[in-house]
Design a protein around this ligand. Structure first.
Ligand code: UDP
Length: 570
């Protein structure tokens, strides 16, 4: 298996099945066999004579070659008693004590199984409104978010990974100002990422420097008005200070809502890439693009035939996951099976560009993003349509936006996940992000430090005859190649890191992937510490104009840790 020592360590520490004494009861190879066998088994439901052994072999090879990996819960739980295989959930939070605490309990069950949860708190009555049954005063959405946060803290996901949450509040909720600043103290609500749910009405009011209405969700009454630009500036200021809140464009999520008859999409999963209906869940998987390159006389090019084959096998795999998944709640079981959403995406995109000699921040890089994701989306949809011929369309097909076209098995097919752990296992750059650092210091046990170097860069420097430890030391110190003497210009142009890529190019890349993605794209727009608030505002406006479904920004040094950095202890 082409798996690195580091990846093996991650799998051994967190993913292998264990006995009651905590000793692993399987090997890394055994893990992939377990997952392949459990997921292939679903074929039998559609054809009692299906060659399940052959399917399991294809799945096993696709994973052990690191061509494709399913999201972490599938690796951890497939073929084991818990059997919960999805990373993404959205739960409803209705405006009553019973409903609020049901949601907390349900989230705890999901966290225990390794899934992340998203919630909209927009239906909760604002702080200070009356509570009919007691005549008391409501404490508002933010105070309840703190209860969700404390529950998450206590669960710690059954020892595997910490619960991660997304909290959304609509921009027209009367408590919006409190929400925007609720994480300015970075020790508060640490198990949540938060995003403001932005409406088009609001964005128009920002453009016109106009007032907009605040609406009490419990009564539907307008409780007041705010100047849109003031609220927009407050969002920008907070994000500039701490990286939060992010923003999501609610109208846009709902324009792509595959089954509008089932209600509105009001939240995403914790990292923002998966909009879902209340009680829906989704399982993700990512194709390793580096493994889909081939060397020609003209250099590295995309191996389209191999990519197409992997996409088809991956869609088959992810659809099977819906069948064999054991859902934490009957409502989630029912909702998930009725839309059958899957989220196939890519990882190692930045590494792919390095091999191809194309800068991330270039027209050519953006064009390659389009080409790759167009292929994943088009072939992915074709494969889902092919599955529908044998297995039937998803049950709510007749109510869906696809109803006048060909039956399709899955209401959504594509999503770009962060691949925090998967990219470590595959040994490639994460998701569609640029390389964060080409060389960094790793502390090893006896207090010695090792310089870890990006292998693609190292090979390139060796080939150019300029590699040296001293050069690497300089890259570590400067965090980028841009100003290191002795590196040829053509190498510097291609080996750009996240901070060499201007925020505008980050957004353009996100928008290019979004164009060919049913769900959304996990992407952080990196800013240098010196960035101004106006630069952040410009990125928010650009994300809106270019058709992104949301944005997350991070200004260097503005926060010591992020929710999912804490989660990703492996
Ligand atoms: N997730 C989570 N806790 C974590 C990491 C991830 O709940 O510590 C969920 C969350 O919904 C996130 C999704 O898994 O959006 C995908 O994250 P990622 O691709 O980083 O997960 P991986 O499969 O690589 O572990």
């Amino acid at each position: 298996m082409p798996i690195s020592e580091n990846a093996k360590a991650v799998l051994e520490r967190r993913y292998l099945a264990r006995d009651e004494q905590g000793q692993p009861t399987e090997t890394v190879d055994g893990l992939f066999r377990r997952v392949a066998n459990a997921v292939a088994e679903a074929d039998r439901r559609f054809d009692p004579k299906a060659d399940v052994v052959a399917t399991a072999r294809r799945f096993y090879e696709m994973m052990t070659n690191l061509d494709f990996l399913p999201n972490s819960p599938t690796l951890m739980n497939a073929g084991r008693p818990l059997g919960q295989l999805s990373a993404c959930f959205v739960l409803p939070v209705a405006d009553s004590m019973e409903d609020i605490f049901d949601a907390i309990k349900n989230a705890a069950l999901i966290h225990k199984s390794g899934g992340g949860t998203g919630f909209s708190f927009s239906r909760l009555r604002p702080k200070g409104s009356t509570v009919n049954s007691t005549g008391g005063v409501a404490s508002g959405p933010i105070s309840f978010m703190k209860v969700f946060n404390a529950a998450t803290e206590a669960v710690k996901q059954g020892g595997t990974r910490r619960g991660a949450n997304m909290g959304i509040l609509r921009v027209d909720h009367p408590d919006i100002m409190e929400f925007i600043t609720c994480k300015n103290d970075t020790t508060e609500i640490t198990n949540f990422n938060i995003s403001v749910g932005i409406t088009e009405t609001f964005m128009e009011a920002v453009g016109n420097n106009a007032m907009y209405d605040l609406v009490d969700p419990a009564t539907g009454r307008v409780t007041g008005q705010k100047n849109a630009r003031e609220v927009f500036d407050a969002i920008v200021t907070s994000a500039w200070q701490t990286g939060e809140p992010g923003i999501i464009f609610l109208d846009r999520l709902n324009r792509d809502n595959a089954v509008p008859s089932q209600g509105e999409i009001e939240s995403t999963n914790p990292c923002g890439e998966q909009p879902l209906l209340p009680y829906e869940s989704c399982n993700l998987g990512s194709i390793n693009l580096v493994n889909h390159l081939m060397k020609t006389v003209a250099g590295w090019v995309l191996d389209r035939a191999k990519l197409e084959k992997t996409i088809r096998t991956a869609v088959h795999f992810l659809d099977n996951v819906i069948e064999v998944n054991q859902y934490p709640l009957p409502e989630i079981d029912q909702m998930t099976r009725s839309t059958r959403k899957i989220g196939l995406g890519v990882m190692g995109f930045a590494d792919m560009l390095l091999y191809m000699g194309v800068p991330y921040n270039s027209e050519e890089g953006v064009a390659l993003a389009r080409e790759v994701m167009d292929t994943v989306n088009t072939i992915g949809h074709q494969e889902s349509e092919r599955l529908a011929e044998v297995r039937g369309a998803f049950p709510l097909f007749e109510e869906s936006i696809y109803k006048d076209g060909k039956p399709i098995r899955n209401a959504t097919v594509t999503t770009i996940a962060p691949t925090g752990t998967l990219s470590i296992i595959a040994g490639v750059s994460s998701g569609v992000e640029p390389v964060f650092a080409y060389a960094y210091i790793r502390n090893v046990m006896d207090n010695t430090h090792l310089i870890e170097t990006n292998q693609i860069l190292k090979d390139k420097l060796v080939e150019a005859g300029v590699y040296s430890e001293a050069l690497m030391q300089q890259i570590v110190e400067q965090g980028s190649l841009a100003h290191v003497d002795g590196i040829p210009e053509d190498i510097k142009r291609v080996f750009v890191c996240a901070h060499d890529v201007s925020p505008i190019w980050h957004v353009r890349m996100q928008a290019a992937f979004q164009e060919y993605t049913d769900n959304a794209v996990s992407k952080t727009v990196n800013f240098p510490n010196s960035a101004t608030k106006e630069e952040v505002a410009e990125v928010y406006r650009l994300a809106y104009t270019l058709g992104c479904k949301g944005t997350t920004i991070y200004r260097d040094g503005s926060r010591s840790e992020q929710v999912l950095n804490i989660g990703k202890v492996n």
